[in-house]
Design a binder for this molecule. Structure first.
Ligand code: AMP
Length: 216
């Protein structure tokens, strides 16, 4: 199974990818996560990437494409979930050039109001990647990681100004990428589903499971 999860920031792409990964043992490749790991290396390139992410702008196609395609090839598997990639038509084309085909596309959809609430309430434990939400999944002690009791932080791009830019960038993804894959679905090349991402995590996951096990 080769799955793409599309959705605006805060739609739960990472959460659903992790659930799929745990249940079906399918590796997830998250472009955002790969970039955030790259930033930790503090190279000249990673500083440029950090600036882009901080502004909510897309990272250059060639950088992200090389990173993701390398990850796919490194994993050498027939099953994977792509979280956050592709985001431009050039990224789609690069995958096709490398004969990386997709069979399932999941689009998560939700309103702006919920997006803001989800992102602005998100807290992370930087070292482990553990994620919390001040309202929906609060830590036992406010602003502290449950395991290490270290202080929680926010992602560098989880602020109002950057969210607005990320939403603008996503609008383009939605127009171009979703239309592209919907056309692929019409030609019966892939399966495509749009899911209401305002539902509870488990409800969304059930819909995804039904979708991937259903015959075409
Ligand atoms: P995400 O974790 O998917 O929300 O991504 C965080 C940020 O990383 C985005 O706002 C972009 O700046 C960058 N990014 C992630 N994936 C891509 C991609 N496929 N193409 C370009 N930039 C990306």
């Amino acid at each position: 199974m080769k799955i793409i999860i599309l959705g605006p920031p805060g739609s739960g792409k990472g959460t659903q990818s992790n659930l799929l990964m745990k249940k079906y043992n399918i590796p997830t490749i998250s472009s955002g996560e790969a970039l955030r790991n790259m930033i930790l290396q503090k190279t000249q390139l990673s500083l440029l990437i950090e600036k882009k992410i901080q502004k909510g702008k897309l990272v250059d196609d060639n950088i992200i494409t090389n990173l993701v395609i390398q990850e796919i090839q490194k994993k050498n598997v027939n099953h994977f979930i792509l979280d956050g990639f592709p985001r431009t038509i050039q990224q789609v084309k690069s995958m096709e050039e490398k004969n990386i085909s997709i069979d399932h596309v999941i689009e998560l959809k939700l309103t702006k109001k919920i997006i803001y609430e989800r992102i602005l309430g998100r807290r992370i434990h930087k070292k482990s990647g553990r994620t919390y939400h001040i309202k929906y999944f609060p830590p036992k002690i406010p602003e502290q990681d449950d395991i290490t009791q270290e202080k929680l932080t926010t992602r560098i791009d989880d602020n109002l100004k950057t969210i607005n830019q990320r939403l603008l960038e996503y609008k383009q993804v939605q127009n171009v990428i979703c239309t592209y894959y919907k056309n692929q679905m019409k030609k019966k090349k892939i399966k495509y589903i749009k899911i209401n991402a305002e539902l509870k995590i488990q409800e969304i996951f059930s819909k995804i499971e039904n979708f991937i096990i259903k015959k075409q």
